[in-house]
Structure formats: structure tokens, C-alpha cells
Design a protein around this ligand. Structure first.
Ligand code: SAM
Length: 235
């Protein structure tokens, strides 16, 4: 049963190129009463680019409990809300879970306005089998947990997609190159941005390439092909 008239829209925003936002997303963001955004300064850049003047309030991991209660009261009184994160789709390794879950638990309508997500963008250009795949989120920081996490990916028959930071990508590539030097991996850096780079090769070749770079910058999606998928014969 749904109740009240307020709707919570979950709106995907760009991951780099500010043009990557749908017309429906822009219309929704212009028409709702309030936008809950991960970072108000970050949101303003997108708002300025698209002439959006809708009121916004922060919603992030440090205030989500209080903001969720506020959001539920607003929905109850018929106010329409949009949830956005700094990049891509809210709730995908980003804030939003609590307000979406509690809005549903309390019977409000939650409506997705789909768009970009870094993991889907990377998968779409990977040329790896995608009839099934697993997304494991961010690679853990600590080396023991990183090793078991990557083993889970390497031991899977499915294509695995993960997020990794520029500070740790080399360590992660090192583990993959050591464990399975011939396994095909795909690395997507700075998707939709000026220095976008997508490479598909063996774990060892990609590790050697990154090891020899003077600096490693940007945002990364890493895709590990399923068991038995070698670089020379990845299908
Ligand atoms: N909600 C976002 C989504 O739908 O993709 C993900 C947010 S998560 C906090 C940020 C991570 O996503 C980055 O550390 C990186 O791994 C990946 N990412 C975001 N933008 C990216 C881009 N332009 N190119 C490559 N990876 C990106």
C-alpha cells in the first residue's frame, strides 16, 4: 500500500561529462520541491550548467539518519523529493540506501530516473560476456581482505566488476598479475572525461603498463573476466 502524495525520485547524474543526463532527469530535478544531494557545492556545478534553481539540502553518510526523518515527514505532507549523489546513480556505492529503504517501508512511492552508472558504462565497453556478472563494490583497503576479495573474483565463472581508487589500483593489479597473469582484465579510467582510457589485456600486461607510469590519476572501474577467460581467447 502506498500513502501520501509525495514521491521520492532517485535520479542518476553524470560521472564526468555534464551532458550525460536525460531530459526526464532534468525535468524531474526542475519540478521537485527539494533535492537531497550528497554535496551541495558539487550539485551546484550541475545545477548551474542546466539552469536548475530547485532548493537543495545535503544528504550524506554523516547526516542520513536525521535527513531521512525529515524526508519522510516531507513526503508525508505531499512534498516531492529528488535524491542525487555526486556522480552516477545514487545508492550504488553512494549514499541513499537509508532514505530509499525507509520511504518504501513506510509506503511511499520511490521512482528511479535512470541514467549513468560507472559500472554499467565500463561493462558496456568491455566486450566481456555479460549475460550474468557480479558487482562487488570497492576493493577493500587492507591487504588481507583485498586478497580474499580478489580471489572471490578470480574464482568466479562470472565477469566481475569493482571500483578502485587511484591510490590502490597498482596494488590491486599486482595481486591479479601475480595470481593469474594471463587472466583478461578491462580497466576503465576517467570515463566520459577528457582523459578517458579503456584498456583490455592480460592482468600482467596491464600491471606492467601501470607500473611504468610516472603517476596514476583519475577514477577507475576494473573488470575481471570469469574463470577460463584468457586475454588471447577471452570469449
Ligand atoms: N554512484 C556511482 C555510480 O553509479 O557509478 C559510483 C560512486 S562511487 C563513490 C565512485 C567510484 O565510481 C569511483 O571511485 C570509481 O571507481 C567509479 N567511477 C565514478 N566515476 C567514474 C569515471 N568517470 N570513470 C571511472 N570510474 C568512475
Amino acid at each position: 500500500m502506498t500513502k501520501g502524495t509525495g514521491i521520492l525520485y532517485v535520479v542518476a547524474t553524470p560521472i564526468g561529462n555534464l551532458g550525460d543526463i536525460s531530459q526526464r532527469a532534468l525535468k524531474t530535478l526542475a519540478e521537485v520541491d527539494l533535492i537531497l544531494c550528497e554535496d551541495t557545492r558539487h550539485w551546484r556545478k550541475l545545477a548551474e550548467r542546466h539552469n536548475l534553481s530547485t532548493k537543495c539540502k545535503s544528504y550524506h553518510q554523516h547526516n542520513e539518519e536525521g535527513r531521512t526523518q525529515e524526508a519522510l515527514s516531507l513526503l508525508e505532507s505531499g512534498v516531492n523529493l529528488a535524491l542525487v549523489s555526486d556522480a552516477g546513480t545514487p545508492c550504488i556505492s553512494d549514499p541513499g540506501y537509508r532514505v530509499v529503504n525507509e520511504a518504501l517501508e513506510q509506503g511511499f512511492i520511490v521512482s528511479p530516473i535512470p541514467g549513468v552508472s560507472a559500472l554499467i558504462a565500463a561493462l558496456s565497453a568491455s566486450g566481456l560476456p555479460l549475460h550474468e556478472f557480479q558487482f562487488l563494490g570497492f576493493v577493500p583497503v587492507k591487504s588481507g581482505r583485498r586478497a580474499s576479495f580478489l580471489k572471490r573474483a578470480l574464482d568466479s565463472n562470472m565477469t566481475t566488476v569493482v571500483y578502485e581508487s587511484p591510490y590502490r589500483i597498482l596494488k590491486t593489479l599486482d595481486v591479479l598479475a601475480t595470481e593469474e597473469p594471463e587472466r583478461t582484465i578491462f580497466i576503465a579510467r576517467e570515463l566520459t572525461k577528457k582523459f578517458e582510457e579503456c584498456i583490455r589485456d592480460s592482468a600482467l600486461s596491464i600491471f606492467d603498463d601501470f607500473k611504468n607510469r610516472q603517476s596514476i590519476k583519475g577514477e577507475f572501474v576494473l573488470i575481471i573476466s570469469g574463470l577460463g577467460k584468457k586475454a588471447s581467447n577471452s570469449e
